[in-house]
Every structure is written in C-alpha cells, then in structure tokens.
Design a protein. Structure first.
Length: 141
C-alpha cells in the first residue's frame, strides 16, 4: 500500500507543479496585455480554471497522500530531511495562495506586480523543486 501512496503522491505532485510553473507565466501575459479587455477576460478565465481545477485539487491530493504515507510509516517523522521538506512544501503552499491573491487582484484590474516581477516570481517553484527532490532522494541529513 505504501508504494501505491508514494506513486500517487508523485503523480499529484507533478500535476501541482504543472500549475505552479504555469500560473505566473499567465500573469506575465495578463500584465503585458492589461490594456486589452478581451485578452484580460481570456487570461482571467484561464488563471481561475488553472488554480481551482488543477492547482488546488493537486495540492490537496499531494498533501493527503503525503500524510497517508507518514501514517503508514511514522518513523519518517524522525528523519531530518523530511522536516526540511515540510518547510519547502509550506513555501510551495504559500506560493499557491499568493497566486490566488494575485489572480483576484488582477481580475479587479489591480496590477500590483510588473511583468518582470511576475517573470522572477515564476522561478520560485523551480528552485523549490530542486531543493525538495534533492532532500527526498539524497537525504543529506
């Protein structure tokens, strides 16, 4: 059962990262074309669907399968690498929720981030993915 949970954890994590990698790329173009209402409507719909139909469910299922893996193997809680992974996951969740805040603000025409800011923020999940994968595979502690 544990290996099935692990498999689904990885599958849901991949879906979650697909959303994390793409959402701020959409925001880049939303800001870029903020003066074109017809494009803004399209971006708003794409952003909403991406977050609510892919991002939130994938995040929830990733967390659920992770928790179930710990329930099946509670000795994992003694692993130092896992504590750092928890920190990385908390940062990813913060990024997810910040994406939702950004989406709502952009839908209200409050473009509080520049195109370049969105481009830079878009790199955060890549850095966190690298750190988390190294923690899980290499278990450096």
């Amino acid at each position: 059962m544990y290996l099935y949970l692990k498999s689904f954890h990885i599958i849901f994590m991949v879906a979650w990262f697909a959303e994390l990698f793409y959402i701020f790329r959409l925001f880049v173009y939303h800001v870029k074309f903020k003066e074109k209402p017809e494009l803004c409507q399209v971006y708003e719909q794409m952003e909403r669907k991406l977050i609510y139909f892919i991002g939130h469910p994938a995040m929830g299922l990733t967390l659920l399968t992770g928790i179930l893996m710990i329930v099946k193997n509670p000795t994992l809680l003694y692993e130092k690498w896992l504590h750092f992974k928890f920190l990385g996951v908390a940062l990813l969740m913060s990024y997810q929720f910040f994406s939702g805040i950004t989406r709502r603000q952009f839908a209200r025409r409050n473009f509080f981030l520049s195109e370049n800011s969105c481009r830079m923020i878009n790199e955060i999940p890549t850095v966190l993915l690298i750190v988390i994968v190294i923690l899980v595979v290499a278990k450096p502690f």
